[in-house]
Design a protein around this ligand. Sequence first.
Ligand SMILES: [Mg+2]
Length: 356
Amino acid sequence: MKVGAFRIPTETPESDGTLQWSSTTLVVVELAAADLRGIGFTYAEAAVGTLIRDALAPVAIGRSAWDIAALGEAMAARLRNGGREGASAMAVSAMDVALWDLKAKSLDLPLARLFGQVRDALPAYGSGGFTSYSDEQLERQFSEWTSLGFTRFKMKFGREPGRDPQRFAAARRAVGAGAELFADANSAFGRREALQWAERLAANWGVTWFEQPLVPYDLDGLLFLRDRSPASLEIADGEYGYTGDYFRRLLEAGAVDVVMADATRCGGFTGFLKAAALCEVWAMPLSSHCAPALHLAVGCAAKPMRHAEYFFDHARIERLLFDGCAIPEGGVLRPDLSRPGLGLEFKWADAERYQA
Ligand SMILES: [Mg+2]
């Protein structure tokens, strides 16, 4: 068992509607069984690494990597007093991913095959467009992504609403009239303000996706907004879903048009597949949040999956520190079926300089 936390500086200072950052922390766990190694990771505070090392590793050591459900129970029981969300969920998520990687490797199968593929490749969209970017930076990023075949692009907004109209106009200029443009507010708005933006986004720049307009727990507010938004604009949320019952409540509330889920938070692949099963029975599309390398295999197996987020920060870190990351081509990510498990090797030596 090896655990590490790595703080990787961003290329330039970044911000969205409610947060500014200049680094991203990656927590990695490597589990060993005989001569096999399983890798799991999450984007979380370094303390999540401590939680894995001190609380979860002792639960897993000596047990079979095949008993993922039983180990999930045991890990949840161990963290009972800390609650099931937040740091606990992120620690369990990283462990769950490592266990699945190990299980697939012990069968010498790529994870996509072990889960059972419903598609050969996963459509993805370019996601960045930080509010810290100049209009020129934003246009350059989106233009570069068009050369990877992306036809969907997501940008942040809501930090300086007075500047956003020119930013949306610049983004639309860069991607062309036919591309899909997504907008993520990261909870920058209240209900009425979000509704005004919904109308402007659709009418002025042809935006088709409005993500996390409100504080994430305001499911009634999302329903209010969804009922009143233009038909061409989808409401998307769910990236802070940590547990299965959150996704149940999100769906029961009729709060969104597209569910988002993040395997680095929602219980790893086990939790992601549960969210996918809920989406399937509710006839609701699913889109993965962040960590593109992590979502590729499970995204090829989850039936209601529409696309994966190719998030600039995480795509950059994953290509820097993992061997085996898929490169988007023609707007899709394709799993390498010649590699067992996740198909990723973590470069521990290269990561050392970023140790948190
Ligand atoms: Mg978001």
